[in-house]
Design a protein around this ligand. Structure first.
Ligand code: GLP
Length: 245
């Protein structure tokens, strides 16, 4: 765990680290594969990446991105879809190539979901695996949408959202009744296969779940606890999120 005086300092460090990874891969003629997350937590990180692109010439032309998850039933144009979120908050402001952007689809027919998920896993493999996976953490301890009960070796799949997760999303959807009941998410196994993982958490609301994930038992009740067993995973948190450690 690395505790920073503020979210701004944490995200500056993470963005600098990401830029260095991209630049060293560029110099070696290699692509950089980023695993990206949504939610309010990574927004400051994305803003810093955009600043590095605009002010310091950081190019994303050789970056391939894979997002963690997408709500089931939401078309790309829906303002709460993760596709929309990623374009608004990052992709529209950098030079990443559209063909290098990958998110699970929220609108595949139910019968086609298993094939869609298998194809997503294959695309990650074909890209050479994820170099750096960015994560937030939900109140249930989920990473991506790996709700309690998600096995350590789980892969990309459809998942029913926990009532707590839906409750947290209700304001953004103008009411619980509008929150999707399911999502497609990378599995815990997909996430843990990344070569480096950084989980960000800010504010005192995250303090109890950060403590459980970091110091609690490793089990499927808190999927973020699996990160304890990864040899290159770190939590970047601010002081408020560290108060229960
Ligand atoms: C959603 C996302 C997670 C995210 C979590 C926390 O459930 N699927 O990836 O970590 O929200 O959201 P926030 O960052 O807004 O607290």
């Amino acid at each position: 765990v690395e505790v920073f005086p503020s979210k701004a300092e944490a995200t500056r460090k993470l963005a600098a680290e990401t830029a260095e990874l991209i630049r060293s891969n560029d110099a070696a003629g290699k692509k950089t594969v980023l695993g990206l997350a949504t939610g309010s937590t990574p927004i400051a990180f994305y803003q810093e990446l955009i600043r590095l692109h605009k002010e310091e010439g950081l190019s994303f032309a050789n970056v391939i991105s894979f997002n963690l998850d997408e709500y089931a039933g939401l078309p790309k144009e829906h303002k709460e879809s993760y596709w929309y979120f990623m374009h608004q908050n990052l992709f529209d402001h950098i030079d990443i190539k559209p063909e290098n952007i990958n998110l699970p689809s929220g609108t595949v027919a139910e019968a086609d979901i298993p094939a869609h998920c298998a194809e997503y896993e294959q695309k990650i493999k074909d890209a050479g695996g994820i170099d750096l996976q960015i994560l937030g953490i939900g109140r249930t301890g989920h990473i991506g949408f790996n709700e309690p009960g998600s096995p350590k070796n789980s892969l990309t799949r459809a998942i029913e959202l926990d009532p707590i997760t839906r409750e947290d999303a209700a304001p953004a959807f103008d009411g619980l009744e509008n929150v999707p009941t399911a999502a497609i998410t990378m599995g815990c196994g997909t996430i843990l296969a990344a070569r480096r993982i950084v989980l960000m958490a800010w504010g005192k609301n995250k303090a109890p779940i950060v403590n459980e994930a970091v110091t609690g038992p490793v089990n499927d009740i808190v999927s973020a606890s699996y990160l304890q067993e990864h040899d290159n995973a770190v939590f970047y948190i601010d002081e408020e999120a560290s108060t229960e450690l």
